[in-house]
Design a binder for this molecule. Structure first.
Ligand SMILES: Nc1ncnc2c1ncn2[C@@H]1O[C@H](COP(=O)(O)OP(=O)(O)OP(=O)(O)O)[C@@H](O)[C@H]1O
Length: 233
């Protein structure tokens, strides 16, 4: 999918200006940027929820899934039923496989109220993969979780994505999430939102560790982009 020259204004203020982004098939594209720079707006434009003022999207995906900061599970349905809901044709085996992949085996008959925040978010991720979208948009899905759980969720996501490969656009404020997940990391700047840096990481996600020399270097580059008052760290 190719996002071409997208411009979006709200109340005469230009939020996004002439943004060009290519989302490659079967890759994870991570988007980082300062608060309020337009990350969610960009996701909403990709999803077709809001229209840009200018620009176009080529090779648009028909089937797009969305995972939000909140899990948005139906409280009156069990884990299994919440996942099943988005794709009634999915086999029992597939749903059970997804439940196992996100570490909820044994919890499939529980209602959301009986789950922790992390478990609910894992259920939301399994549901998103059951939807079988060509493109999955994830807007800070692990925001409410502590660091340890977040890294655990990132590993879960890598396992499930490797198995049910699709394209993911993942918005986050957490640099570690981006460098563990992204085939491509796009760092945006603000007022208006344009691309500050576009980083490609070739290393297989399963083989990455936060102590890898290459990733430490990428981390430093990203911090420099996101630190406004002093570019030296
Ligand atoms: N519907 C709207 N009407 C007017 N202004 C809006 C609307 N939606 C977003 N904005 C403004 O556009 C800018 C970008 O908002 P957006 O939510 O896309 O940023 P973001 O990068 O996702 O922020 P955060 O990291 O804090 O979640 C903000 O200044 C916001 O106030």
């Amino acid at each position: 999918m190719v996002i071409k020259n997208i411009t979006k204004k709200f109340d005469e203020e230009t939020i996004i200006q002439n943004l060009n982004v290519t989302i490659n098939d079967n890759e994870i594209t991570c988007i980082l940027g300062p608060s309020g720079c337009g990350k969610s707006t960009l996701l909403n434009i990709i999803a077709g929820i809001i229209e840009p003022d200018d620009g176009s999207i080529d090779d648009k995906k028909e089937k797009i899934g969305y995972v939000f900061q909140e899990d948005r599970l139906l409280p009156w349905k069990t884990v299994y039923e919440n996942i099943q809901l988005v794709n009634k044709k999915a086999s029992k085996e597939k749903i059970n496989d997804l439940i196992e992949l996100v570490g909820l085996k044994g919890d499939q008959h529980k209602y959301p109220s009986a789950l922790s925040g992390g478990m609910r978010q894992r259920c939301a991720i399994a549901r998103a993969f059951n939807f079988e979208s060509q493109l999955l948009l994830m807007d800070e899905p692990f925001k409410s979780l502590d660091y340890d759980l977040r890294i655990h969720m990132v590993k879960n996501l890598i396992d499930i994505w490797k198995k049910w490969n699709n394209s993911i656009v993942f918005v986050t404020h957490e640099i570690d999430e981006a460098i563990l997940l992204g085939n491509k990391i796009i760092v945006l700047n603000k007022n208006p939102c344009t691309i500050e840096k576009n980083i490609q990481i070739e290393k297989n996600q399963h083989l990455r560790s936060l102590s890898d020399e290459e990733l430490i270097q990428v981390r430093t580059e990203i911090i420099q982009c996101l630190t406004t008052d002093n570019k030296k760290i």
